[in-house]
Write a protein that binds this ligand. Structure first.
Ligand code: ATP
Length: 203
């Protein structure tokens, strides 16, 4: 019998996708010996109150970034949450993925900031019962998680600390600053051509 297929679920707003996202996904591929990382842009993130960039642009930037990775075939863009009405809950996505890909072992890949708030996610116990968990350190993120979450097994991903965030990138673009060290060149070009993030709205 062949071993089960191993995949990561990597969700985010990706507004825009940046170099830390890409580094995190590549570290996960390697460290967890995954067949693929499934990138799932959130349709309507339930935790973000600011106006987010239309899904079309976030998806286009993600597509450009993934095509430029050294292993494009192992990074899959999954628009499952973009097609769904209402807020994006990871538990719903996991259920859809499990039904669509029977036999695949799923690992939820998140940064420390998300890990620290995992106990606020919808049906988080059911979620953590159905996926493995892998967490990457993130500079400035709260160091602790809820004790009940922290008691559950998780893999720590060997991502070196990367002080990159989408909010900082949006603020830099609004201030006319350079972002070329923070996003792939195709994404920087897309942001410029489409005039994204020029108005300092939201954060
Ligand atoms: P924003 O600044 O708009 O909140 P973000 O940079 O956190 O955005 P998201 O799309 O919200 O980007 O993040 C998707 C996932 O990537 C989350 O699990 C988040 O923790 C993780 N992540 C993002 N940036 C980093 C980073 N620099 N180091 C580790 N993990 C990160």
């Amino acid at each position: 019998m062949s071993p089960p297929r191993r995949a990561a679920l990597f969700g985010g707003t990706f507004d825009p996708v940046h170099n830390a996202h890409l580094a995190l996904a590549r570290v996960a591929l390697e460290a967890l010996a995954l067949d693929e990382v499934r990138w799932v842009p959130a349709g309507r993130p339930w935790q973000k109150e600011r106006a987010i960039t239309p899904a079309f642009h976030r998806e286009s930037m993600l597509r450009l970034a993934l095509a430029g990775t050294p292993e494009p075939g192992r990074h899959v863009l999954d628009p499952v949450e973009l097609a769904r009405d209402g807020p994006s809950y990871t538990i719903d996505t996991v259920r859809e993925l499990a039904a669509a890909h029977p036999g695949t072992v799923w690992t939820l890949v998140i940064g420390q900031d998300q890990y620290a708030g995992l106990h606020t996610w919808r049906e988080w116990r059911a979620l953590l019962a159905s996926v493995q968990l892998a967490v990457a350190a993130r500079p400035g993120a709260p160091p602790a998680a809820d004790p009940e979450v922290a008691a559950l097994p998780r893999v720590l991903l060997p991502l070196p600390p990367m002080a990159v965030s989408a909010s900082d990138i949006r603020a830099r673009v609004a201030a006319g600053q350079d972002i070329s060290a923070l996003v792939p060149p195709e994404v920087a070009r897309y942001i410029e051509i489409n005039g994204l993030y020029r108005a300092p709205i939201g954060s």
